[in-house]
Design a protein around this ligand. Structure first.
Ligand code: SAM
Length: 327
């Protein structure tokens, strides 16, 4: 069977959106830029390299969980669903589910246009029986599904603990929005990183090869290449630490000395040691995440953990009447 053509829907955020959000974030106190802006083509490749690092346990742990639970997911979701992957990146984890689930359609959604296109083309070639759609869109801005679905049940897949990049109030609004998209009988399968020994977290975000540092610093390269920012990335350092009180990893780009950077005629002053807060990665206990899901009117049906309790994969149902909860 030859591969079917991928249907592509392009709602790529415009350079004006990047500029507006960056200027607003750098004008705030403390300075910040949303982590979604890490992901240009180089940023996506660097994230892919992070997934291979020995220190970065989330990817291999989530993949091992998915390998084990695929048959149960098939039982819960049934065959012929529409599978919607949010932040699909390399579309690697979905491969662990496709043969078992046998969905009717797949829709990959990601902000990183070229990387998304390359990944879904490979997927369409490797699974010629699958109808593959892709949308380049920002899912943090009232995502709408392209007109490519029928009446089949929708199963959304949101791996990689990307949900941890949202502030908890944003994660709630996001879950509520996704719930509306999955009406009336859909479900959400979501990977969530668990609270754990801060040393394990520290190592995962401060790898020996400096790939995470390069990923963080790439944000500054992007400001230079896409917004014409006048700045020297070598004057910034990567910093990542666990903020125990907030329950999150924080990533920062720290200015090594006092300086000014200039974007679009606007000047932003940095004191020595001042940073741009570039990412939060919230960690949740199972109980905390269930409470969040229930507030979004999503029903926890099943959660799978690895033996070391590093990572969790949750199956949340839209329907009020769903099978009894199983741990
Ligand atoms: C942490 S990576 C996870 C990648 C992959 N799903 C995995 O589990 O390894 C986050 C992914 O979500 C995408 N992403 C981040 N923010 C996004 C947004 N606001 N809208 C759409 N995609 C986004 C990134 O481009 C990236 O592919």
């Amino acid at each position: 069977m030859s591969a079917r053509a991928v249907r592509f829907y392009d709602e790529h955020p415009s350079p004006a959106t990047l500029r507006d959000e960056v200027l607003q974030g750098l004008g705030a106190h403390p300075k910040r830029i949303a982590p979604k802006f890490f992901y240009d083509e180089r940023g996506s490749r660097l994230f892919d390299a992070i997934c291979e690092l020995p220190e970065y346990y989330p990817t291999r742990t989530e993949m091992a969980i998915l390998r084990g639970c695929a048959p149960e997911i098939r039982q819960l979701a049934g065959p012929n669903c529409m599978l919607i992957e949010l932040g699909s990146g390399a579309s690697r984890k979905i491969r662990l589910l496709l043969e078992t689930l046998r969905p009717r359609r797949y829709l990959g959604i990601d902000i990183s246009r070229e990387f998304l296109l390359e990944s879904v083309e490979r997927l369409a070639q490797d699974y010629p029986w699958l109808e593959v759609h892709a949308a380049c869109a920002d899912f943090s801005r009232n995502l709408d599904l392209p007109d490519c679905h029928g009446t089949e049940r929708k199963l959304a897949f949101f791996p990689g603990s990307t949900i941890g990049n949202f502030e908890p109030y944003e994660a709630l609004a996001f879950l509520q929005h996704i719930r509306r998209l999955l009406q009336p009988d859909g479900a959400l399968l979501v990977g969530v990183d668990l609270k754990k020994d801060p040393q394990i977290l520290h190592r995962a975000y401060n790898d020996n090869q400096g790939v995470t540092a390069a990923f963080n610093l790439n944000l500054l390269e992007r400001l230079r290449s896409e917004l014409g920012a006048k700045l020297d990335p070598r004057v910034f350092r990567h910093r990542a630490f666990y903020n125990a009180k907030a329950g999150r990893i924080e990533m920062h780009l720290v200015s090594q000395h006092a300086q000014e950077i200039c974007i679009d005629g606007r000047r932003f002053r940095f004191k020595a040691g001042e940073s741009i807060h570039s990412e939060n990665s919230y960690k949740y206990s199972v109980a905390e995440f269930h409470a969040l899901a229930r507030r979004a009117a999503l029903q926890p049906v099943r959660v799978w953990l690895d033996p070391e309790r590093l990572f969790s994969v949750h199956y949340l149902s839209v329907a009020a009447a769903c099978p009894p909860y199983i741990l």
